[in-house]
Design a binder for this molecule. Structure first.
Ligand code: ATP
Length: 237
């Protein structure tokens, strides 16, 4: 499967008539694209709008095909998956049950195939297949959330602050998993991260979102070295 490209033009979104995002233009090409920005900049709103979870203006194309606005199921059908902030697992269900829910649009045969693949990709989850998701550690829960999103056979995977609250070792492990998904499994990744340095180190391209607008963008290496990132996010300028 070829990795997908997403093109966003003139995206706007908000809540109760209050505008949060204005005229957002961005691209997620094969590989890893990271969006960084301060609290309240609109990063979560952007991913939710792209995933069809809320109304939006503007155009979102996946490999040239328009994605529906405010239609999450339609977006999943077209190959989009979101790992939401806070993981949103079903804590009283087992790991296997959580994963199977991620494949609800697939045929039973495809679902079984994807489940085996998930356990191959995340051996720790196979060991804990029958454990209630709510009793797992934060890092393990984040792995379930990523594996569940992969069950829908996405072409583009979006992750909202996947490293939030994880110990440094788990952050590294998680970013290694994301890297493998993008580079070996050919799934394009669009990720919001507060761990700016580590995220840009694994990414190809980055955007800085402030007060609902893109204020900087560039190759991740250039961004890491740029004044705007060093001063505002790394504290090293
Ligand atoms: P953080 O890093 O703190 O998660 P963020 O960049 O993801 O921030 P958003 O969560 O998208 O930012 O929030 C952007 C703005 O939209 C904020 O002003 C927030 O208060 C507002 N907002 C978010 N969710 C809602 C909601 N359900 N109803 C009304 N306003 C909301």
């Amino acid at each position: 499967m070829n990795a997908a490209s997403m093109q966003v033009r003139g995206l706007g979104a908000g809540y109760h008539g209050f505008s949060v995002l204005r005229e957002i233009d961005l691209q997620a090409k094969p590989g890893i694209t990271v969006i960084v920005g301060p609290n309240g900049a609109g990063k979560t709103t952007l991913l939710r709008a792209l995933a069809g979870l809320m109304p939006r203006a503007g155009e979102v194309l996946l490999d040239g095909d328009a994605l529906p606005a405010n239609d999450a199921t339609g977006c999943v059908r077209r190959g989009l998956a979101l790992v939401a902030e806070g993981r949103q697992l079903f804590p009283q269900m087992t790991v296997t049950e959580n994963l199977e829910l991620g494949g609800w649009l697939q045929s039973p045969a495809e679902r079984a195939r994807r489940l085996k693949q998930a356990f191959d990709d995340f051996p720790r989850l196979r060991e804990r297949a029958g454990q209630l998701a709510g009793t797992m550690s934060g890092g393990e829960q984040q792995m379930v959330a990523v594996a569940r999103a992969m069950m829908s056979v996405p072409r583009l995977l979006m992750l909202d602050e996947p490293s939030l609250g994880l110990a440094p070792r788990m952050v590294a492990e998680l970013l290694a998993i994301v890297t493998r998904i993008a580079r070996e499994q050919g799934v394009t990744v669009l990720m919001v991260e507060q761990n700016v340095r580590k995220a840009l180190q694994v990414a190809d391209y980055g955007y800085v979102l402030e007060r609902g607008r893109i204020v900087a963008q560039g190759d991740s290496r250039e961004l890491l070295a740029s004044d705007v990132i060093r001063r505002a996010y790394l504290g090293t300028a």
